[in-house]
Ligand binder design. Sequence first.
Ligand SMILES: NC(=O)C1=CN([C@@H]2O[C@H](COP(=O)(O)OP(=O)(O)OC[C@H]3O[C@@H](n4cnc5c(N)ncnc54)[C@H](O)[C@@H]3O)[C@@H](O)[C@H]2O)[C@@H](O)CC1
Ligand SMILES: Nc1ncnc2c1ncn2[C@@H]1O[C@H](COP(=O)(O)OP(=O)(O)O)[C@@H](O)[C@H]1O
Ligand SMILES: [K+]
Length: 520
Amino acid sequence: MIHAWSVDDVRAAEERAMAQLPDGELMQRAATGLAQVVAARLPDDTSTQPLVVALVGGGNNGGDALWALAHLADLVGEPLDLVAVLTTETPHEEGLRAARRAKVEILDATGQGSRGRRKAEPQAEPKGRAKAVEALGVADVVLDGVLGIGGRPGLPDLVTELLDAVGDDAHVIAVDVPSGTDPMGELVGGTGVFADETVTFGCAKPVHVLGTAGRCGMLTVVDIGLDLDTLPAAERLDHDDVAALWPTPGPEDDKYSRGVVGVVAGGEVYTGAPLLSVTAAVCAGAGMVRYVGPPGPTQLVRAEVPEAVHGPGRVQAWVVGPGLDAHPHSWDQLGLAQVEAARRALDSELPCLVDAGGLDLLDGPRTQAGARTLLTPHAGELARLLARLDPDASELDRAGVVAEPLRWARRAAELLRATVLLKGSTTYVVAPPASGLAVRAQADAPAWAGTAGSGDVLAGLAGTLLAAGLDPVDAGSLAALVHGVAAHDANPGGPVRALEIAQQVPATVARLLARASEVG
Ligand SMILES: NC(=O)C1=CN([C@@H]2O[C@H](COP(=O)(O)OP(=O)(O)OC[C@H]3O[C@@H](n4cnc5c(N)ncnc54)[C@H](O)[C@@H]3O)[C@@H](O)[C@H]2O)[C@@H](O)CC1
Ligand SMILES: Nc1ncnc2c1ncn2[C@@H]1O[C@H](COP(=O)(O)OP(=O)(O)O)[C@@H](O)[C@H]1O
Ligand SMILES: [K+]
């Protein structure tokens, strides 16, 4: 599992560490670690002299980059071209002195007239920007040291212009965080560096695991001796976590102890969703799957999934809503009966996963306070839910949720006292804020997984884990991981249909469980 700490907690840990250490020691540790990574990324081909160019901003992030260039000169035995491109008129002073001492070429890209420079005042480096653009175009490694954890989302125009000049072949390393992104990972999108690799210090930050993670590339954490004494703010499960969390049956188990999952899904119109959810639940290893629905989908499930049982009965957790019409016509007796079955499940004290049409039945928290609840909307469904229930979000639309996924998932979790799994290329799992639990974010699925019915499969998978006794955060994040990996395994690099994701789950789970014995 990757754990990430909030910017405030990191700053507090840095202060504690700095109080015990000589001045500047923490930055030296960061810059030395950064220089070692850069040295390892230099091209093997020794026929040309490697060129490393750092974009340098005005804070300590720029200081890290300048010191890293200075250390690189010592670290690498071979001759190196090292260039610092200043994007600020006030770079880190000691870092700049160290870089100059190490014979790093300093280019001032701020240009005449920018940031209060008087027109009559001569430019320090008249061709600084032009030379910077040229160097960036042919650099082997580009260090992004413009903004770190003190950065606000968005980039100055000058930096955007310089980034545009970076050659396609350059290996871009973000120092601590990709500049322009929100270090807390709350705001997704906007301008910002897309790095091949991010070298961060002390611990991961939310930007590295949330929806902004795609901008970070490979993540390397340099140990600078921080002591994080608070709980993480964000987490991501990795493949090695599956064995510890997946409910693996023992010799004493039987179908009931493993968990019966009930599925109240579909109706006479949407017959496919129940089939997908039930198949996924069976393939995820539910002790038993009980389907509750009208004759049409029941016949289909009977024909395609002989393992399922039918009609009301005892379960350990309910999946409510895939393909459910929450507002059937008054003459549609079968539809009304299905809504009643869904309401009974929601009113029970049992764990419930609520998806799609089931979300339309919620007017507030479930009546049984404390009943475990996992809501699984996509961005459009979350926007609709909040616009209906939260007077402060009456204008919210899908785009609003996509821009600030965490904010709105958290809002729904608070309002409905439920864990919210927000689906998308990054899937967020957010417990009610009062729980203090870290946000989980998974991005394991290929974009091919965004196909009709894929969410119904996820519902069956996560419902099975709830029935096996996992809490909603573990059930949701583990299901998202396995769903994503199964989508990949079913047809690596190509399209996949939802049913194949479900059918791939047994082999994918077996493969992920086997890692534990390989690793252990
Ligand atoms: N505190 C420490 O001892 C250590 C800090 N380290 C480095 O220090 C960094 C944090 O340094 P700082 O706190 O100086 O912050 P930054 O280096 O992130 O710079 C923040 C500065 O940029 C400005 N700024 C923020 N967003 C902007 C935007 N969108 N456009 C233009 N200007 C913007 C701010 O007003 C502020 O002046 C870390 O990310 C890390 O790289 C490391 O050296 C480890 C040790
Ligand atoms: N671009 C994407 N990359 C990876 N996974 C995606 C992407 N878009 C959607 N998904 C995943 O596909 C599934 C779609 O679910 P949903 O929108 O509920 O579809 P449906 O209602 O048709 O079943 C979710 O698990 C979601 O996380
Ligand atoms: K940076």
